[in-house]
Design a protein around this ligand. Structure first.
Ligand code: NAD
Ligand code: TYD
Length: 335
């Protein structure tokens, strides 16, 4: 079987490539990635002989079409993925996440792929009050509140439109916040870990009471695998951990403890505009219909992730040089 993985040089995509090679060693894997600031061939260095890598933009019809030739399945990770960058410059989010997905969908129709699986986020559902007991499910209404979430919501709608209108065999997963190796150090957890390793502080936006549901990246990969093999065409599955949800400040304190720091390594900085307070999902559908279960406990795998960043300093030091410095100064100045 031939599988096309878009965005396979990014955080989750590269972990998924490694997962797929481990579980389906006979499959042919093509990775299509533009190698934006977030894409990095070093993320695939250990598997480079097992894949065909195509450097290309998903918004480019010819590149999308060529990469999809003879593909049985497409797993679509490629996206602009960081909320803070979307607040600074939303245009590229609309281009890549909405238009790029549209270009891929058209190519998938032309190439008659047997499955187009779209990777999305729980952020499309919006924001819950901190004291809310609500958990979103597959029937929850879309209510995105940030440019990133809105662009992902737009892409989800297009994917469903191609199913209903043209019969393209699609599935969608909307997952909560991931963590693990190769996560770009602009996102909260890897930024906090690498800052502490550099002797800097953990920046907490606002009061740090915002709640996220953290899922280890391999659990996300196993959920996608199950949906690809057993999921119902046209259906959406929400994916999230069964662990309890943590406030950002609590996560920072847990991390400080793991890394042998006192709580004075935490600093409060200016809040993110329109900061979503809480995300919370109910993953019953994928658990009961497909038998998925997350296997990685949050604190244990956070420790393992910290070790990964300790042991891969040259990876994140290179990532944190160059363009990243400009972003960091812009994002955290005057905060
Ligand atoms: P990432 O930013 O680490 O990687 C994105 C990858 O897409 C990079 O390799 C980048 O080069 C590539 N890319 C960007 N624009 C492209 C374009 N125009 N053409 C081709 N390639 C392009 O992102 P991630 O955190 O790995 O997220 C992957 C997917 O999972 C995204 O769709 C994201 O919305 C979704 N998601 C992420 C999380 C999370 O916690 N990180 C949670 C739920 C869903
Ligand atoms: P992030 O990793 O950007 O993911 P998302 O916005 O998709 O949830 O942020 C996770 C949480 O951490 C979010 O509530 C914002 C917060 N945060 C900080 O407090 N400080 C930071 O420096 C960053 C990047 C995020």
């Amino acid at each position: 079987m031939k599988i096309l993985i878009t965005g396979g040089a990014g955080f989750i995509g590269s972990n998924f490539v490694r997962y797929w090679i481990k579980h389906y060693p006979k499959d042919e894997i093509v990775v299509l990635d533009k190698l934006t600031y977030a894409g990095n061939l070093e993320n695939l260095a250990d598997v480079k002989d097992r894949i065909s890598f195509v450097k290309g933009d998903i918004c480019d019809e010819a590149a999308a079409d060529k990469a999809m030739a003879k593909a049985d399945m497409v797993v679509h990770f490629a996206a602009e993925s960081h909320n803070d960058r979307a607040i600074m410059d939303p245009d590229v989010f609309v281009r890549t996440n909405v238009f790029g997905t549209h270009v891929l969908l058209k190519a998938a129709l032309r190439r008659k792929v047997k499955r187009f699986h779209h990777i999305s986020t729980d952020e499309v559902f919006g924001d819950l009050p901190l004291n809310s007991k609500i958990k979103w499910n597959e029937a929850s209404p879309y209510n995105p509140r940030s440019p990133y979430a809105a662009s992902k919501a737009g892409s989800d709608h297009l994917v469903r439109a191609f199913y209903h209108t043209y019969g393209l065999p699609v599935t969608i997963t909307n997952c909560t916040n991931n963590f693990g190796p190769f996560m770009f150090p602009e996102k909260f957890l890897p930024l906090a870990i690498t800052n502490l390793l550099e002797g800097k502080k953990i920046p907490i936006y606002g009061n740090g009471r915002q709640v996220r549901d953290w899922l280890y990246v391999d659990d996300h990969c196993s959920a996608i695998d199950l949906v690809l093999h057993k999921g119902k065409i046209g259906d959406t599955y929400l994916v999230g951990s069964e662990h309890r949800e943590y406030a950002n400040l609590e996560v920072a304190k847990i991390l400080a403890k793991i890394m042998g720091e006192g709580e004075d390594c935490i600093e409060f900085v200016k809040d993110r505009p329109g900061h979503d307070q809480k995300y919370s999902i109910n993953a019953q559908k994928i658990q009961t219909e497909l038998g998925w279960k997350p296997k990685h406990e949050f604190k244990e795998w956070l420790e393992i992730t910290v070790d990964w960043y300790k042991n891969n300093k040259s990876w994140w030091q290179r990532v944190k040089s160059g363009e990243y410095q400009k972003y960091y100064t812009l994002q955290y100045k005057n905060r």
